[in-house]
Design a protein around this ligand. Structure first.
Ligand SMILES: Cc1cc2nc3c(=O)[nH]c(=O)nc-3n(C[C@H](O)[C@H](O)[C@H](O)COP(=O)(O)OP(=O)(O)OC[C@H]3O[C@@H](n4cnc5c(N)ncnc54)[C@H](O)[C@@H]3O)c2cc1C
Ligand code: FES
Length: 514
C-alpha cells in the first residue's frame, strides 16, 4: 500500500487543505508539525505531546488551544505553552505566513517566557512567602505555576515522601509491570528545583499548623513561617486489620517506595491475592500478570469497578482480566491469614506469596484538623480552593470542592485533576480569584487498554452505550435526569476530548451563581 504523502509545510500548502476549525499534520525539516486553522488565522505547533508523546494531530482544537488525546494536556497554539497539566514542557511553535492561497510555515519561534514578576494580581501585593505541604501532583503543579506566573518570592515544598515528586499513576502501571524503569519516574530533573528556586524539603511530615501565627512544625521539630499556604497532602491507603496477618505480609501501593517494595517482593512470588477491585487493585493485577504471576482478586462488589464505571464497563473489565488469566472472588472478602493461606469469608482458601490491599484511600487530614480548619471528608474549600482560613488553600485528593456542574461538594482522586487544582490554587495564592471549574478527567490502563473518563457522576439513572464494548470501541455516557454527567471511552480519544469541551462550554453558558 502506498504511504500517504506528508506535506512539506515549509514549502507551503494550499490554505484550503486545512479545514476550518481543523488541522493537518506535515513536516518542517525533520520535525512533525500540526498546522491548525481558525478563520483567517493559522497556527503551527509541534505534533508530539511533551507528557508521554501523544499524537496532537489526533487531539482537539478548542479556541486557541490544542488538547492531547491521551491524557488531555492542553497547549497554547499561540505560544506552545503547556497551559494545563499533565504536560509541563511547551511544544515548539512556528511563525505562519499566508501568501495568496498558500500557507507557509516559516522560522521556529522562541519558547514561551516566564510572565513578568507578579507585582500584583488584581492589584494585590504578592505574598512574602509561599509554603506548599505535599510534594505530589498538586504540590509540584502549584510550585511550578507560581514561578510561571512570575512570582519571585520564596517557594518551599515540604513533603513527607523520601522521593522528589514523581509520576504516581505509573507506580501501578508500566513501572510495576517492569516495562518502565526508574528514569521514567521523576516529574522534573533535580536541576529544575535549583533553577526555579523551589526549596524542596523531603522526608519531613508536617505535624502542626498554627493558623494565627502562620507557622508550621515538622516532625523533626523544624518550624516554618508562611505568608500563604497550600495544603496538598493527598490521601493514604485504608489499612484493613486482618487477623493472623503480620504487617510484612500485606502490601499497599501509594508511594514510589511502596512500588519498589512490591517489585522486589514480586520477583520471588508466584501467586498473589489482591483485595479490592479498585482501579489500583486492578492495575496491580494487570501489571503483575505481565510479570507472569498468578492473580486472584477478592472484592465485595458484584462486578469490578461497577460503582464508578457502571454495569456494562464493570462486566467488560471483568472479562478483560479473566481473558488474561485472573481469577475473581466477587461478593467475598478476606477474613484471615493462616501462614501463607488466605481464608475468605466464603471459606475459600488461597495460597499467597503476596497479599496486596487496594481498598481505597482516606484524605490525609490530620494536619488541617489539628490546625482547626473545616474538614468534612476532606478539607472543605470554596470555588477558589480557599479553605475556611483566609490565605490557606487546599488542592488535590485532600480537597473537598463544590462541583459547579452538580452543586455537590466532591473529593476527586485523579492525577490530572489534582495537578490542575494545584495550578489554579497557585494563581489564587497570588490573588487571582480564579474559579476552579475544570472538568474532571482520569484514565486507567490495563493490558494496554486505556479507559478515559471525563466528568463526574456520583450517581446516575441512565447509561447509554455507543459502540461496541466487545470490540473495545465505545463511549458510555452516564446521565442523571437526562443530563450527561460523565463519559467513559475506549479507543475514542477524540470523543472523550469533545465530551470534555462540551462540559466546559455548558458551564460557560450556565455559570455557577455567586
Ligand atoms: C498507584 C496509583 C496509581 C494511580 N493511577 C492513576 C491514574 O491512572 N489516573 C488518575 O487520574 N489517577 C491515578 N491515581 C490517583 C492520583 O495519583 C492521585 O489522584 C494524585 O496523586 C493526587 O495528587 P495529590 O497531590 O493530591 O496527592 P499525592 O500525589 O498523594 O501527594 C501528596 C503528598 O503529600 C505528602 N504528605 C502527606 N501528608 C503530609 C504531611 N503531613 N506533611 C508533609 N507532606 C505530606 C505525601 O508524602 C505526598 O508527597 C493513582 C494513584 C495511585 C496511588
Ligand atoms: S501524552 Fe499527552 S497528555 Fe499524556
Amino acid at each position: 500500500m502506498a504511504s500517504a504523502v506528508v506535506p512539506d509545510l515549509a514549502a507551503g500548502v494550499a490554505a484550503d487543505l486545512v479545514p476550518e476549525g481543523g488541522m493537518i499534520q506535515g513536516k518542517v525539516g525533520a520535525e512533525n508539525v500540526v498546522l491548525a486553522r481558525r478563520g483567517s488565522e493559522f497556527f503551527a505547533v509541534g505534533a508530539t505531546c511533551t507528557h508521554y508523546g501523544g499524537p496532537l494531530a489526533k487531539g482537539l482544537f478548542v479556541d486557541d488551544t490544542i488538547r492531547c488525546p491521551w491524557h488531555h494536556a492542553c497547549f497554547s497554539l499561540r505560544t506552545g505553552e503547556a497551559l494545563r497539566r499533565p504536560a509541563f514542557d511547551p511544544i515548539p511553535h512556528w511563525r505562519v505566513e499566508r501568501v495568496d492561497d498558500m500557507v507557509f510555515v516559516r522560522e521556529r519561534l522562541p519558547p514561551p517566557v516566564r510572565r513578568p514578576a507578579a507585582t500584583s494580581m488584581r492589584g494585590q501585593k504578592p505574598p512574602e512567602s509561599v509554603i506548599i505541604v505535599g510534594g505530589g501532583g498538586a504540590g509540584l503543579a502549584a510550585a511550578d505555576a507560581l514561578r510561571r506566573e512570575g512570582y519571585d518570592g520564596p517557594v518551599t515544598v515540604i513533603s513527607a515522601d523520601g522521593d522528589p515528586p514523581y509520576d504516581r499513576p505509573n507506580l501501578s502501571k508500566d513501572y510495576l509491570a517492569g516495562t518502565a524503569g526508574d528514569e521514567w519516574m521523576p516529574l522534573r530533573e533535580p536541576s529544575y528545583y535549583t533553577d526555579q528556586r523551589i526549596d524542596l524539603i523531603l522526608k519531613s511530615p508536617v505535624i502542626s499548623l498554627d493558623v494565627q501565627q502562620k507557622q508550621l512544625r515538622a516532625a523533626d521539630g523544624a518550624t516554618y513561617a508562611f505568608d500563604r499556604l497550600l495544603l496538598a497532602t493527598g490521601a493514604d491507603p485504608i489499612k484493613l486489620p486482618i487477623p493472623g496477618a503480620s504487617d510484612s505480609q500485606l502490601s499497599y501501593l501509594r508511594s514510589y517506595a511502596d512500588s519498589r517494595a512490591l517489585v522486589g517482593k514480586a520477583a520471588s512470588a508466584k501467586q498473589v491475592v489482591i483485595v479490592g477491585a479498585s482501579f489500583i487493585g486492578l492495575e496491580v493485577a494487570a501489571s503483575l500478570r505481565t510479570r507472569g504471576l498468578a492473580i486472584h482478586v477478592v472484592a465485595l462488589e458484584e462486578k469490578p469497578l461497577e460503582r464508578v464505571m457502571g454495569h456494562e464497563l464493570g462486566q467488560f473489565i471483568r472479562g478483560l482480566h479473566e481473558a488474561h488469566g485472573v481469577t475473581f472472588h466477587l461478593q467475598d472478602t478476606i477474613s484471615r491469614l493462616e501462614g501463607r493461606r488466605v481464608i475468605l469469608r466464603s471459606g475459600t482458601s488461597l495460597d499467597a506469596d503476596l497479599v496486596v490491599l487496594g481498598v481505597g484511600v482516606r484524605p490525609a487530614c490530620a494536619l488541617p484538623e489539628q490546625g482547626g480548619l473545616v474538614v468534612d471528608g476532606g478539607i472543605v474549600v470554596d470555588e477558589y480552593l480557599e479553605t475556611s482560613a483566609p490565605g490557606i488553600f487546599a488542592a488535590g485528593d485532600v480537597a473537598r470542592w463544590p462541583d459547579p456542574r452538580t452543586g455537590e461538594r466532591v473529593r476527586i482522586e485523579h492525577w490530572v485533576f489534582a495537578e490542575r487544582q494545584g495550578q489554579v490554587a497557585a494563581r489564587n495564592l497570588l490573588g487571582a480569584r480564579e474559579r476552579f471549574d475544570v472538568v474532571p478527567f482520569f484514565w486507567t490502563q490495563q493490558y494496554g487498554i486505556s479507559i478515559n473518563y471525563v466528568g463526574h457522576a456520583q450517581t446516575w439513572d441512565e447509561t447509554i452505550v455507543d459502540g461496541n464494548l466487545g470490540a473495545k470501541d465505545c463511549a458510555v455516557t452516564f446521565k442523571r435526569a437526562g443530563r450527561p454527567l460523565a463519559v467513559a471511552t475506549i479507543s475514542r480519544d477524540l470523543q472523550s476530548l469533545q465530551a470534555e469541551a462540551a462540559m466546559e462550554a455548558s458551564l460557560r453558558v450556565d455559570p455557577p451563581a455567586d
